[in-house]
Design a protein around this ligand. Structure first.
Ligand code: MG
Ligand code: ZN
Length: 384
């Protein structure tokens, strides 16, 4: 009887968890996935803390989806003691709650960061009344800055979508893809080709983008060689895959985007997302989280290298929320081993860290609302 009851509880529990997760996520992982046994490490550079201006000309905004302090520390441990992120000396915390929920999803979380407005879970770039709200990327465009988005999910997924689209529901992927054509964004790189080319309305948005003057690429090697102009790169039909599949797609794409956008005399705004840290958290997989965390940190390294050389670029790194309630329960910095436990397969309500580097970085010290991050970036970039 007790056994049957336990099984019943497990089934109900599993159903509840999968409801809370996004539909593309697999069920819980094997016990072995909860421990990262060490692997390749990389050398972390130390960058200058001297900059050429008081206010930034450019902003590179990096969002680690689902990245809490434990996820970061799993990266520090796996890389045997340090990350590029540690060059960011100005640190704060963000309160992530959405308009209708103590625990935000990535749509409301990103909309707060992109527009400065707290909205309901699931909403993309609209307020609680489904009214479109202008994003910092759209405002940057209006002010003559070059703009870009890079992610390892589909480019139509909640986080990047909230910077450019305005739709009441995050799963309206084809409508979100069509919103990209209403803007003059200069570069976007991610997965999600199917939402542009295999559509219910029969439109081929890749062809339409080419007619608008964009260069279109799918191959990472070719993407890495683009130095100017307008670029759309969709590297997969769906999301960009895990590390073994996508390789160094994120750091390479970020470097490409920076190369292109920095040609603009008036400056640029670029958002880069480490999308799959969240998916590792949902899965309760320490291995997945560590892989994604190290990839994201090396991408941060690309942003910092440019900012250090440029001297007029602000780099801001944060998360939309924490995922998994990740608790590091054992490990070794010498051996790069991380062992963790996960009380939930969903998001949590806890504050997430903010890290800043470059002109204006000191504004990000303290405890603030997620919407304040938008307000501060906006003020630094546009002066009002
Ligand atoms: Mg995301
Ligand atoms: Zn999530």
């Amino acid at each position: 009887m007790i056994q049957k009851l336990t099984i019943l509880i497990l089934i109900i529990g599993a159903g509840f968890t999968s409801f809370a997760q996004d539909t593309y996520l697999d069920a819980k992982v094997e016990e072995t996935e909860k421990t990262y046994l060490g692997g390749e490490t990389y050398k972390v550079k130390t960058f200058t803390q001297k900059f050429k201006s008081e206010k930034p000309k450019n902003i590179i905004f990096l969002i680690g989806d689902g990245m809490g302090v434990s996820h970061i520390f799993s990266g520090i441990t796996a890389n045997k003691g340090s990350l590029f992120l540690e060059n960011c000396k100005y640190i704060g915390f963000s309160k992530t709650q959405s308009a209708d929920n103590y625990i935000t999803d990535s749509a409301a979380g990103a909309t707060a960061l992109s527009t400065g407005v707290r909205t309901n879970n699931g909403a993309i770039g609209v307020d609680v009344n489904n009214k479109p709200v202008k994003s910092i990327l759209e405002e940057a465009e209006e002010n003559g800055l070059a703009t870009g988005l890079v992610s390892t999910s589909t480019i139509t997924h909640a986080t990047p979508a909230s910077f450019i689209a305005h739709q009441p529901q995050r799963n309206m992927y084809e409508e979100i893809a069509a919103d990209f054509l209403k803007t003059d964004i200069d570069v976007f790189i991610g997965g999600g080709k199917a939402h542009f080319t295999q559509r219910k309305d029969g439109r081929n948005l890749v062809e339409e983008l080419k007619e608008k003057g964009y260069r279109y690429e799918e191959d990472l090697d070719k993407i890495s060689k683009v130095k100017k102009g307008k670029l759309v790169a969709l590297t997969a039909d769906g999301d960009a895959g895990r590390m073994e599949q996508r390789g160094d797609m994120l750091p390479v794409s970020t470097k490409t985007a920076i190369n292109i956008l920095s040609k603009n005399d008036k400056g640029f705004f670029l958002m880069v997302e480490g999308s799959q840290i969240d998916w590792g958290g949902h899965a309760g997989s320490t291995i997945y989280i560590v892989e994604e965390m190290l990839d994201f940190d090396q991408t941060i390294g690309k942003a910092l290298a440019f900012a250090a050389k440029d001297g007029k670029t602000l780099v801001v790194v944060t998360a939309d929320h924490e995922t998994g309630g990740m608790a590091i329960t054992g490990g070794s910095i010498e051996e790069g081993i991380v062992q963790a436990r996960y009380p939930t397969g969903g998001h949590t309500s806890v504050m997430v860290p903010i890290f800043a580097y470059g002109p204006g970085a000191k504004e990000f010290i303290g405890i603030m609302k997620n919407t304040d991050i938008h307000a501060k970036m906006r003020k630094l970039l546009f002066g009002n």
